[in-house]
Ligand binder design. Structure first.
Ligand code: ATP
Ligand code: MG
Length: 434
C-alpha cells in the first residue's frame, strides 16, 4: 500500500474524498455512545475529526475516547465537505497515533481570568483568539513591507542600543554599555532622518522600548515601531502618505484575514469604511474646544490623557488627524508653525471606536540654530545630538515623517480591547514572564 499523504488543515479543501494524514493537537473532545468528535488544530486551521465506533476497530475508538486536551497525534482519515461547520470540511478518522501525551493541561475549556491566561501565554498562544490576532499581526507585518517597497522607500534599520533620548528621558531603559550609560531605543526616528538625507524615503521597523510606568490598554514597555521619513516632503504630503498607508493595511487584512476577523467578531463592514479617504483633519485647538464642550476640564496646552483620547476616538466615525499640537508637549525636532509660536507642525492619527492614537508624526524643523537652542532648552546633551545637528549643517531640506506603533494598529484592526493581546509575549509594567 502506498504511503498516505501528509497534509495541513488549511489545504483540506483540495483533498475532499481522499484519505490523508495530519499532525494535530487535540483542542477539545465531545460525544458519547458510538461517536467521538475531536476538535483538532495544526497551526494552519481548526477542523473536526469524527471517530465512529462502527467504522474503526475497538482499540482505536477506545483511544479516541480517552484522548486528553493538547495531546499531539497523527490522524488518518477521509476528508469530507461539511456545510455545518464554519471551516467547511471535516475528517472521518480511521486511524489515530499518539505522538505526545498531555496530562492536566492548565487551560481547560472553562472561562479563565486574563492574568491567568497571560501567565500561561506560552500555551495560550495555541488558542483561537491568539491564533486569529497573531495571524492578523503577521499579515500586517508583510503588508507594511509591501507598501513601503511598492512606494519606493528603502528600509534603513536603526540601532537598538543608543545614547540619545529623543522622546524624553523619563521612559528610558538603561543599559550598561562597557561602563557607559546607554539606553534601549525609544524610536528609530532620528536615524531615519539621517537615512532620508541619504536615500530620500526610508523606513525602519524594529522593537522599541519605553519604561511606561502606568498600565493602560494602549501601552507596552516593548513594542514594534515603524518610522518613516521622507526628504523634500511637507506635512500635508506626509499626511497623505499616512492615510494611504493605513487604508492599504486595513484592506490587506480584509482581503487575507476574513476568517480571523470573523473569529474575533470584528465588524468587517465598519473596517472597510475606514479605507475611504481622506481622513478628517482636526486642529488641536478645536479638539480641546470639543472636549471642553463635553464637560472635560482640560486647558489649552495640555497633552491628551487616556479619557480625552477615548472620547475623541469615539466622537469620530473614521480615523482622523489631530494637527498642530502645542510646542510645549511635543518633541524638540518638530517644525515651528509659520505664524504661531505656541504650536508645531505635527499630527497624531487617531483610530475611531475609542482606540485612540496609532501614529505620531510631524514635519521636522530644518534650522541648525533653532534646533540647537531647542536641545539646550530641553536640557539634552549637545554632544549626543551633534550628528543629528549635522543633518541641518550639510544640505538641510524640508522633510517629514511619522511613527506607527504596530501593536496599536493591530489592536484597532483586530478589535482588541487590550494591547497585550496583539504581541506574542507582552512586556508591561507588571509582566516580564513568560
Ligand atoms: P502616547 O501619548 O499614547 O503615549 P506617544 O505620543 O508617546 O503616545 P509617539 O512618541 O508619538 O507616542 O510614538 C509613535 C507611536 O508609537 C504612537 O503613536 C503609538 O502608536 C506607538 N507607541 C508609543 N508608545 C507606545 C507604547 N508604550 N506601547 C505601544 N505603542 C506605543
Ligand atoms: Mg507616550
Amino acid at each position: 500500500m502506498s504511503e498516505v499523504k501528509m497534509i495541513r488543515i488549511e489545504d483540506a479543501a483540495e483533498y475532499v474524498g481522499r484519505v490523508v494524514k495530519i499532525g494535530v493537537w487535540l483542542r477539545q473532545k465531545r460525544g458519547g455512545g458510538k461517536i467521538a468528535f475531536l476538535q483538532l488544530r495544526d497551526g494552519t486551521g481548526f477542523m473536526q475529526g469524527v471517530v465512529s465506533a462502527t467504522d474503526v476497530d475497538e482499540a482505536t475508538f477506545k483511544l479516541a475516547e480517552h484522548l486528553k486536551q493538547e495531546t499531539s497525534l497523527y490522524v488518518t482519515g477521509t476528508i469530507h465537505a461539511d456545510s455545518r461547520s464554519e471551516f467547511g470540511y471535516e475528517m472521518a478518522v480511521s486511524e489515530i497515533e499518539i505522538v505526545g501525551e498531555s496530562e492536566n493541561y492548565p487551560i481547560s475549556p472553562k472561562e479563565h481570568g486574563t492574568d491567568f491566561l497571560f501567565d500561561e501565554r506560552h500555551l495560550y498562544l495555541r488558542h483561537q483568539k491568539p491564533y486569529a490576532t497573531l495571524k492578523i499581526r503577521d499579515e500586517l507585518i508583510r503588508a507594511i513591507y509591501d507598501f513601503f517597497h511598492e512606494d519606493g522607500f528603502l528600509k534603513l534599520d536603526a540601532p537598538i542600543i543608543t545614547d540619545s533620548a529623543p522622546e524624553g528621558t523619563t521612559e528610558l531603559f538603561p543599559v550598561d554599555y562597557f561602563g557607559k550609560e546607554a539606553y534601549l531605543s525609544q524610536t528609530g526616528q532620528l536615524y531615519a532622518e539621517a537615512g532620508a538625507m541619504a536615500f530620500g524615503k526610508v523606513y525602519d521597523f524594529g522593537p522599541t522600548f519605553r519604561a511606561e510606568k502606568s498600565s493602560t490598554r494602549r501601552h507596552l514597555t516593548e513594542f514594534w515601531m515603524i518610522d518613516a521619513e521622507m526628504a523634500w516632503m511637507h506635512q500635508e504630503q506626509s499626511l497623505e502618505v499616512q492615510e494611504r498607508f493605513i487604508a492599504y493595511l486595513i484592506q490587506r487584512v480584509i482581503d487575507n484575514c476574513r476568517v480571523e476577523l470573523k473569529m474575533l467578531g470584528r465588524d468587517i463592514e465598519k473596517l472597510a469604511s475606514y479605507t475611504k479617504l481622506p481622513y478628517p483633519r482636526v486642529s488641536y485647538d478645536d479638539a480641546v474646544k470639543l472636549l471642553q464642550d463635553n464637560g472635560f476640564k482640560i486647558d489649552w496646552g495640555v497633552d491628551f490623557g487616556s479619557p480625552e483620547e477615548t472620547f475623541l476616538a469615539n466622537h469620530f466615525t473614521s480615523p482622523f488627524f489631530v494637527v498642530n499640537f502645542p510646542k510645549a508637549v511635543k518633541a524638540f525636532y518638530m517644525k515651528r508653525h509659520p505664524t504661531r509660536d505656541d504650536v508645531v507642525i505635527s499630527a497624531d492619527l487617531m483610530a475611531p471606536e475609542g482606540y485612540g492614537e496609532i501614529i505620531g508624526g510631524s514635519e521636522r524643523d530644518t534650522d541648525y540654530d533653532y534646533l540647537k537652542q531647542r536641545l539646550i532648552d530641553q536640557h539634552l546633551d549637545l554632544n549626543e545630538y551633534s550628528w543629528y545637528l549635522d543633518l541641518r549643517k550639510y544640505g538641510t531640506v524640508p522633510h517629514s515623517g511619522f511613527g506607527l506603533g504596530l501593536e496599536r494598529l493591530i489592536r484597532f484592526v483586530a478589535g482588541e480591547d487590550h494591547i497585550r493581546e496583539t504581541i506574542p509575549f507582552p512586556r508591561t509594567l507588571n509582566r516580564l514572564h513568560p
